[in-house]
Design a protein around this ligand. Structure first.
Ligand SMILES: *[C@@H]1O[C@H](CO)[C@@H](O)[C@H](O)[C@H]1NC(C)=O
Ligand SMILES: *[C@@H]1O[C@H](CO)[C@@H](O)[C@H](O)[C@H]1NC(C)=O
Ligand SMILES: *[C@@H]1O[C@H](CO)[C@@H](O)[C@H](O)[C@H]1NC(C)=O
Ligand SMILES: *[C@@H]1O[C@H](CO)[C@@H](O)[C@H](O)[C@H]1NC(C)=O
Length: 394
């Protein structure tokens, strides 16, 4: 499910007043009505830009120094106060270009054992870190089956270092804001670093600080790697789709309305699709622009589903495996579970729910939800109480 927007606009406007002010210079004053002219006959992007059978460029292959300097730094230098906390700001946006050029040249075939890259996109210390810590430490054999990456918005304060399994896993990060392409940009940055860091990474999962696991690591690992398919919600019949498409204006809709898709911000991508994302120079420039109307501006919920649906729809299960509860929500934020609501029943009811498959793509599938959101920091204690007996017991 995705963020509902229309009726709740006024509420959202009030709730997001500080953000709205940030954006007011070029956006809020000019919320346009639905444009009357629609340009629909723009051809599909040419496949030329992305060719997986091509050998990586020799220059890229040998540029190990660039690669290692851009890749995850395991020895973050304590030169700034932020880096003391494992957060490194790289204000130069152009840095990304070099990063993506190197990342698109990695070998497509992962080495064994295949690993899952858990990529946390955050602007706070992970409040549920202890739960994740037990999750990753459940079985000694799981140790070499995963990697962790954290994108931590450097403009926020971190009052302690990222610790335990998260220590030294922060990639060079940049500011992120809702209603802008920065969240999608951060996810792309995570993919690039994960691709460069470990050739074993073969599945790339995006998570938020409010996410929890719904099963054991072992169960999750096998469910993700079973089919060599990405799990990404791809919906084409959403009520808000026109407004989301038009949010960037009709000035450059190389992405035709009929190609435009909506889906959850949270997905799991195969290595092939992670490489597709970091190689993409066709669609990304169209999404990486400020919105003309911010109330329908959710690039992170449109860019990935649109890209995957245009290039490799048949290699995707069109559903997210991250459970979310939008029932009765009108403020653009899903239901957030607090401590008193957490118990075995909640976990069981979330596991019993079935994913929603877009484009009729379910074909009799019934995939288990592997993660759930959103949970408050207070929910940590009751979650820890049921971790071993409920959450990690499949
Ligand atoms: C709003 O957009 C219109 C058309 O693009 C432009 O002429 C006008 O100057 C803009 N107004 C503001 C306040 O930016
Ligand atoms: C992709 O690259 C391979 C090897 O260089 C080449 O043979 C093939 O024609 C290319 N495919 C496309 C669609 O450009
Ligand atoms: C791990 O999961 C797989 C598939 O779900 C199962 O066959 C296997 O027995 C599990 N291993 C352990 C140690 O639980
Ligand atoms: C979702 O939220 C609704 C309303 O708050 C509640 O009735 C329902 O039980 C929730 N579903 C799950 C699976 O928690």
């Amino acid at each position: 499910m995705i963020s509902p927007t229309p009726l709740s606009f006024l509420c959202a406007l009030l709730l997001c007043l500080p953000l709205a002010l940030l954006f007011s210079t070029n956006n809020v004053q000019n919320i346009t009505t639905t444009p009357t002219t629609i340009i629909l006959n723009i051809p599909m992007p040419l496949q030329e830009d992305i060719n997986f059978s091509e050998k990586p460029n020799k220059k890229l292959k040998t540029s190990t120094s660039l690669s290692s300097s851009l890749s995850l730094s395991r020895r973050l230098s304590p030169s700034t106060s932020l880096s003391n906390y494992g957060v490194k700001a790289k204000p130069n946006v152009d840095q990304d270009d070099g990063l993506f050029k190197v990342a698109m040249g990695v070998k497509p075939k992962p080495t064994r054992p295949n690993k899952v890259a858990f990529m946390f996109l955050t602007n706070k210390l992970l409040p549920l870190a202890l739960l994740w810590e037990s999750y990753f430490n459940q079985t000694p054999t799981s140790k070499n089956l995963f990697n962790i990456y954290v994108h931590a918005d450097p403009t926020f304060a971190y009052h302690a270092p990222f610790s335990g399994v998260f220590s030294n896993r922060v990639i060079p990060s940049q500011p992120t804001m809702r209603f802008s392409p920065t969240l999608a940009a951060a996810a792309r940055r995570l993919l690039a670093h994960a691709l460069l860091d470990d050739r074993g990474n073969s599945m790339f999962v995006l998570l938020s600080p409010a996410c929890i696991p719904l099963h054991s690591f072992n169960f999750t690992y096998h469910a993700l790697l079973r089919d060599d398919k990405s799990f990404i919600e791809i919906l084409d019949n959403e009520e808000t789709i026109y407004d989301r498409w038009a949010a960037r204006g009709t000035h450059a809709p190389e992405v035709r309305l009929e190609d435009f898709r909506v889906g959850s911000q949270f997905w799991a991508l195969t290595r092939r699709h992670a490489q597709l994302v970091v190689s993409d120079r066709v669609l990304w420039p169209k999404f990486n622009v400020p919105c003309l109307r911010w109330d329908t501006c959710y690039p992170e919920e449109n860019y990935f589903p649109t890209l995957l649906s245009m290039w490799h729809p048949e290699e995707c299960v069109h559903a997210t495996l991250t459970h979310v509860n939008w029932t009765g929500r009108v403020d653009g934020h899903p239901r957030t579970y607090e401590a008193w609501e957490v118990g075995p029943e909640l976990i069981r009811s979330m596991r019993e729910d079935k994913p929603r498959y877009g484009d009729g793509n379910g074909n009799g599938r019934s995939d288990p939800f592997l993660f759930a959101r959103k949970f408050t920091a207070d929910a940590l204690q009751p979650l820890m109480k049921i971790a071993n007996d409920v959450i990690f017991r499949d």
